[in-house]
Write a protein that binds this ligand. Structure first.
Ligand SMILES: C[S@@+](CC[C@H](N)C(=O)[O-])C[C@H]1O[C@@H](n2cnc3c(N)ncnc32)[C@H](O)[C@@H]1O
Length: 203
């Protein structure tokens, strides 16, 4: 499936409103936030009412162009959008942000990228909040349609989703990469899991 800003903004964003609100609820007033793999920027705009500064980064020019057009329409002054690879956030300094967020994106990455991506999130932010599919997915309509969406998302995307699922999802993967889960929240009838993480202290 070709992901463009227009397709994502018209077909996917409207069904993710609940997730956007749940994630934004974990941002406190006046915090600074970086949203990794931000896509159309929908999550960034949901958090813009609270945060002091929010930077959305995505590798796709088309997504960042779409997000910048939305920014003009919405007239937000505390949002920025930058084309950047999640594995290399060298544009940003250590602990530049209070929070790094990532919504519905970790499952699409090849597992060899988990380490560089999560290392960069830990480097640039003090706290990390991630939402992704719950594992196992429930057998209700949201769980079944999530699997269908992931099947239709293209061969590589689906292969990575299956590896994410087989690895046990966020609660199994994140602690392997130096993240300590301090809060877990299931929602959307058990199909999505939100986790709040701090950086694990080395032994
Ligand atoms: C599922 S989509 C968007 C998810 C978005 N966070 C949301 O909540 O709607 C995943 C995004 O990851 C982006 N992406 C893929 N590889 C990336 C990378 N290496 N660095 C940054 N973004 C990447 C894609 O361009 C796409 O916009």
């Amino acid at each position: 499936m070709v992901e463009t800003g227009w397709f994502y903004g018209s077909a996917i964003d409207p069904i993710l409103k609940l997730m956007r609100k749940k994630l934004a609820a974990h941002i406190s007033a006046n915090e600074t936030v970086i949203d990794i793999a931000c896509g159309t920027g929908a999550q960034v705009f949901e958090m813009a009412g609270k945060a002091k500064r929010i930077v959305g980064v995505d590798l796709a020019d088309s997504m960042i162009e779409y997000a910048k057009k939305q920014k003009l329409k919405r007239n937000t002054t505390n949002t920025e959008f930058v084309v950047a690879d999640a594995t290399d956030l060298s544009l940003f300094s250590e602990n530049e942000f209070d929070v790094a967020t990532m919504s519905l994106a970790l499952h699409q990455f090849n597992p060899i990228l988990y380490n560089p991506i999560l290392d960069e999130m830990k480097r640039v932010a003090k706290r990390i909040v991630i939402v992704d599919y719950a594992v196992p997915l429930p057998s209700n309509y949201i769980g079944v349609s999530s699997k269908i969406i992931e099947f239709m998302a293209g061969r590589e995307h689906n292969r990575n989703f299956r590896k994410f699922y087989k690895a046990g999802g966020l609660t199994s993967i994140l602690p392997q990469f130096g993240l300590q889960i301090t809060k877990e929240q299931l929602f959307a009838k058990g199909a999505f899991l939100l986790v709040v993480c701090s950086k694990a202290q080395p032994d």
